[in-house]
Design a protein around this ligand. Structure first.
Ligand code: IPE
Ligand code: IPE
Ligand code: MG
Length: 243
């Protein structure tokens, strides 16, 4: 049994950073101004997570379905990712953060793919906060890729179909080797998963807030942590068994 719920601070926090467009619209600004403003919240969240002792922070930056947005918004978002990555990587490295990306990387523009590879390599030996950015990521995509990988191993004889279990499947997912998120935070008022980490969120505590992502900061993060501490994680056991 995973006993991470006994901890005061979640080991792994996952965040659906939603509400940038509405934040901008409320100010009469174009949507991309909201995305730009959201980068500040990313920086702040990374700092607070490290300060509070979180080990893994996974941020949902762009979903498989976000490719459906107008080309101009997608291209501005990609430009912003590139700019933020190039600007922040030195600071992240100095702060001992290990940066990784998950998602269909081959669909990104080549300069972004290159910068991601450079950032991952530069920070690979850091042992502070593990920051994982989900870009062009979808939970269904992840499961499909894992299924393909298992099927290939079964066909090649490396793996017997009867040996496929939770652990074998989890080992093929993007977050292989990383503990499941203990706490999911979603800003922007929607109470849905939007194809984020479908497998890994199985037993995450869910915390939603109406605040828009550019308005998210230390106060909201601490509210989410307080909510987390108030939960009893049962994993199917009875409350008495867990207590
Ligand atoms: C989240 O904010 C950022 C991305 C999905 C890239 P949105 O852009 O979804 O903002 P809203 O939900 O339209 O306000
Ligand atoms: C989820 O937000 C994806 C990210 C935050 C990157 P969306 O704004 O795309 O989600 P839906 O479309 O409202 O479900
Ligand atoms: Mg949204």
């Amino acid at each position: 049994m995973d006993d991470s719920g006994q901890q005061q601070v979640p080991r792994h926090v996952a965040v659906i950073m939603d509400g940038n467009g509405r934040w901008a619209r409320a100010r009469g600004l174009p949507r991309h101004a909201g995305h730009r403003s959201g980068v500040k919240s990313v920086r702040e969240t990374v700092e607070i997570a490290a300060k509070r002792g979180v080990s893994y922070l996974t941020l949902f930056a762009f979903s498989s379905e976000n490719w459906r947005r107008p080309a101009d918004e997608v291209s501005r978002l990609m430009g912003l990712f590139l700019e933020a990555l190039q600007r922040e990587v030195a600071d992240l490295h100095r702060n001992n953060v290990r940066l990784r990306f998950i998602g269909a990387r081959e669909r990104l523009q080549s300069d972004l793919i290159d910068s991601i590879a450079v950032a991952e390599k530069k920070t690979q030996d850091n042992d502070g906060l593990n920051l994982i950015v989900a870009t062009a990521y979808g939970g269904r995509w992840d499961l499909v890729e894992a299924s393909k990988s298992l099927a290939k191993k079964a066909i090649s004889g490396e793996l017997s179909v009867d040996d496929i279990d939770d652990d074998k499947l989890a080992a093929e997912l993007s977050l292989a080797g990383i503990p499941d998120p203990d706490l999911l935070i979603r800003t922007g008022g929607e109470r849905r998963i939007s194809n984020f980490l479908l497998w890994n969120l199985a037993y995450a505590e869910l915390w939603f807030c109406d605040c828009l992502w550019p308005d998210f900061g230390e106060q909201q993060f601490d509210e989410a942590l307080a909510y987390y501490r108030s939960r009893q994680r049962r994993y199917g056991y009875t409350g008495d068994q867990v207590a």
